[in-house]
Write a protein that binds this ligand. Structure first.
Ligand code: ZN
Length: 301
């Protein structure tokens, strides 16, 4: 057991694909899941039980989840925005339920069409009413920066984080840089504070819109975070965060940790193959640096 071990969650099949216009065939989604699994990733956000009217790209989440559950040892997370999504996900046998709301009112309204209080009330009821042992991941969007309100004051973020921590002493909580415009010193400061206040239970979900994704991952790690979201090929975006582009690229994050001597349990050549596959999905907006670095390519040969 190494001293520094981290958990990486592949979010490409959900965050990476959800804002793509043309419908990505179910088989392609399953291929992405398989490629990431073969690269050694054992945690994945495979889809979202949202209204197919709101997010048509996620209409086949049930099928993708069914296929993903066949991969031994893979923990499958699905996002659920409300009670209906929760019921669907439980019936479909999801391993972990991803709840989500925003720290800022305007993003919550744009994304979920309701106030933060309304979201929090419904999500709280889901957490409290869930069968014992149900695994959650509570995602807080726009913790650092909001596309509508700009930089989020630390105190506003802490208020909502505190309310979420109070729901369950062990629930995993992800702080998301939805726009990719968090600053590394801000990321470090916020995670330092939340760890001091509520323990090591936080994950970091970053985007790379401004090229700061990897720096922010490093800052979060420095502050003690050991669970990170990333998407192979850096695909992604948010339909409700104008201008936001891809998730921080999984291969960039893995390269960072390899250089830092941190164990990720992944296979580099297979990880690049997964990245290439994701980047080639028609309509995807790929990002990340490592796919374009010849020396990193050679390391895979
Ligand atoms: Zn995201």
């Amino acid at each position: 057991m190494t001293m520094h071990q981290i958990e990486l969650s592949e979010v490409g099949p959900r965050d990476g694909l959800q804002s793509i216009g043309p419908f990505v065939p179910t088989d392609t989604k399953i291929d992405l899941v398989r490629a990431a699994y073969e690269a050694g990733l054992r945690r994945m956000e495979v889809g979202s039980f949202v209204s197919p009217r709101a997010v048509p790209q996620m209409a086949d989440t049930g099928e993708v989840l069914k296929a993903a559950k066949q991969f031994e040892g893979l923990e499958c997370t699905v996002l659920v925005p409300n009670r209906r999504g929760f019921d669907l996900a439980m019936n479909a046998g999801a391993d972990r339920l991803g709840l989500f709301m925003s720290v800022t009112e305007s993003h919550n309204k744009a994304n979920l069409n309701r106030t933060r209080e309304e979201s929090f009330e419904e999500l709280s009821a889901i957490v409290r009413g869930a069968p014992k042992g149900t695994k959650f991941r509570f995602n807080l969007s726009c913790v650092f920066h909001c596309p509508f309100e700009g930089v989020v004051p630390d105190a506003d973020a802490f208020d909502w984080i505190e309310r979420v921590t109070a729901l369950d002493p062990y629930m995993e909580i992800a702080l998301a840089d939805t726009t990719g415009n968090a600053a590394p010193d801000q990321v470090k400061r916020v995670f330092d504070y939340v760890h001091r206040s509520w323990g090591l239970r936080f994950a970091f979900h970053g985007h790379d819109t401004y090229g700061m994704g990897v720096a922010n991952v490093a800052a979060a790690f420095e502050a003690g975070v050991r669970i990170f979201d990333a998407a192979s090929g850096g695909i992604g975006g948010c339909p409700f965060a104008p201008g936001a582009t891809g998730n921080v690229a999984m291969e960039d994050v893995v390269w960072l940790f390899a250089r830092m001597g941190v164990e990720t349990g992944t296979d580099w050549p297979k990880l690049l193959a997964a990245a290439d596959l994701a980047a080639a999905v028609p309509g995807a907006t790929p990002g990340g640096a490592m796919r374009r670095v010849p020396a990193a390519r050679h390391a895979a040969a």
